[in-house]
Design a protein around this ligand. Sequence first.
Ligand code: UD1
Length: 423
Amino acid sequence: MDRIVIQGGARLEGRIDISGAKNSALKLMAAALLTDEPLVLTRMPRLADSRFLGHLLEKLGVEICEAEPAQLRLHAASIGDTYAPYDLVRKMRASFNVLGPLVAREGHARVSLPGGCAIGARPVDLHLKALKALGAEIEIAEGYVTAKAPSGGLVGAEIDLPFASVGATEHAMLAAALARGETVIENAAREPEIVDLADCLTAMGATIEGAGTSTIRIQGQARLSGVTHKVVADRIETATYALAVAAAGGDTVLEGAVLAHNKALWSSMHEAGVTVEAVDDGVRVARNGSRLDSVDIETQPFPGFPTDAQAQFMALMALANGSSVIRETIFENRFMHAPELARLGADITVHGNEAVVRGVERLRGAPVMATDLRASVSLVIAGLAAEGETVVNRVYHLDRGFERLEAKLSGCGARIERLPDGA
Ligand code: UD1
């Protein structure tokens, strides 16, 4: 397995281009199932996760080609198959989002449950609640969900989510876009990726109001058309590089980043002593040599502090002056990076969903193990700020969600390289 080797201590100076958002791109790819015309996605990130989903969509009959770099054309002229097997769904939870579009277009589907995940149980009850509200009959047996639409197809309905789940909101939107009449999603998630999906579905012909607020209204259509859509900038990639600059020191412009998509993070970074400001083509992040202050954070659904940046923020706090309390409220088991950060010298105590990080003056490089996507990149951040050499093992987690990570960082002066298996 590949490893990433970092010689810490270099400042990050220059520019980093921010890719399209992984979490948005995956749901937009599923939207291709809703139309018999081509959907072209631009600023499309090239990631292991989008390849996994591509394999599943191809099995369902979608023709996929990469017309140009960062451009993906998906054409579901007809759906050849409505069965999504375990092997193709288990690798990535977002694959489950094909269920709603398949039922909406074909009237039936059989899709494997996504299964467990390292960061928590992550059930799909809210996804199924939404599809049932639209009239789907759902059966679960032998690890598969079988769903059937009523004879006239899915029907718009009121869907009241007990928790503002991102995945369930998106799944409901995808299915409702081809349902008859109006769907109202109450307590909807408000993440920028929801707005991005709404923009794409609207361009395809659905009428959608309220995306980005807690109430989303969707007028479904009998038919949707193909469009070209630019994927929103990745706010988690933005957060990650911003925190890398803050940890290692430096002055970097994150090109294409949207300031408004990370307000909670920026306010915590300001409080810590980092400069963050909007510039013409993105966001500038700068930190001079002085030591940062500790800041407490609590993860919350958007617009709160994103759970997907919690591990990276912990890496920054490991070097801050004083103690920081980090509370994780979205996932129940999301501190697996803490013992790995401790290998570099971080002083972290975890009690349930709370971690207390006592800042130390310096971290020292060490071999560490990536445990999940965001946890792995927190180790990279810590390695960039540490003295000496850090080796991050099991980097396939990073490849799921970060495009050209080493190239983007080394372009700004980081000493980071990938060593292939055996090297
Ligand atoms: C998405 C993101 C993930 C991010 C998360 C929260 C993608 C591909 N992934 O995940 O990176 O960390 O949003 O911002 O977009 N839940 C239920 N039942 C359900 C659905 C969710 O109990 O049917 C629970 C989950 O277990 C979790 C919480 O709700 O504890 C948040 O999940 P959700 O908002 O749905 O996140 P995902 O869509 O899985």
